[in-house]
Design a protein around this ligand. Structure first.
Ligand code: SF4
Length: 251
């Protein structure tokens, strides 16, 4: 496997130079320059050009969205993929859409974020001991990456896990897609994942030698508008995972 990330004919020529940047900041730079999935590159850029009427005066990010949060995170939240007019517009995970509103409100409520909203990439939001990422870094049509796109993007998550490993103690995975995408990444990053692989469920908890893994319904509007995932349910999973990660100062 190429340890510098996904490879493909559309990979940018400048990637080799960016590969020299160290740590998570370097990884985030390399992810933001990735063009390995032709369908997703075309979609994210088409959405950025077409825009939504409400955001007509925005210059959309229109690129892969890297993870967000401190490099010494003890807790990782793994979603699915950026939203076309959320992360793909603002350039920050779960920022500028209704799913993000729910997630960051809950992170704030339990003491893991400096503010309850995440509106733009420069709005001053800080996360405390938690990082937010996704197994697919480009906005997909209909919020559905293909299995091939999921697998192509996996090396980025593996690298992120490797960089977080010294401090990472717990992970919350939002939804079945993220769960299925993340388990092979944990295995590739060196954790022992049981066979058969544990099934996703809201409230699922699996111990992977030193890493506590929790399942939670995704914060999609389909789940939050219908009450399948309530703010209280989300806070409970985040609080439990943050305690397992050894984070203090929780509310
Ligand atoms: S989804 Fe991942 S692998 Fe595919 S182009 Fe975006 S960042 Fe690259």
């Amino acid at each position: 496997m190429d340890t510098n990330g996904p490879v493909g004919p559309a990979r940018p020529a400048g990637s080799a130079g960016l590969a020299g940047l160290a740590g998570l900041a370097g990884l985030d730079e390399r992810i933001a320059g990735c063009r390995a999935c032709p369908r997703l590159v075309a979609w994210r850029e088409e959405v950025a050009r077409g825009k939504r009427a409400a955001f007509a005066d925005w210059t959309y990010w229109g690129r892969p969205v890297p993870g967000f949060g401190p490099p010494e995170a003890r807790l990782l939240v793994v979603g699915l993929a950026p939203a076309a007019h959320g992360g793909n517009r603002t350039g920050r995970m779960f920022t500028g859409d209704r799913s993000g509103d729910v997630l960051y409100q809950a992170l704030y409520d339990v003491g893991l974020a400096s503010q309850p909203t995440s509106v733009t990439a420069d709005d001053g939001l800080e996360l405390y001991g938690v990082r937010v990422t996704s197994p697919v870094h480009c906005a997909p049509p209909a919020n559905k990456p293909t299995p091939e796109e999921r697998d192509t993007c996996r090396p980025w998550l593996v690298q992120e896990l490797n960089l977080l490993r010294p401090t990472l103690r717990a992970v919350v995975v939002l939804g079945a897609f993220g769960w299925q995408a993340a388990l092979p990444a944990f295995a590739q990053a060196g954790w022992t994942v049981p066979r058969p692989r544990p099934a996703f469920a809201h409230g699922a908890h699996v111990s992977l030698d030193g890493l506590e893994l929790f399942g939670c319904f995704h914060v999609s509007q389909r789940n939050t508008f219908t009450g399948r995932l309530t703010p209280a349910m989300l806070r409970e999973v985040l609080r439990t995972a943050a305690r397992a990660a050894g984070l203090h100062g929780l509310k």
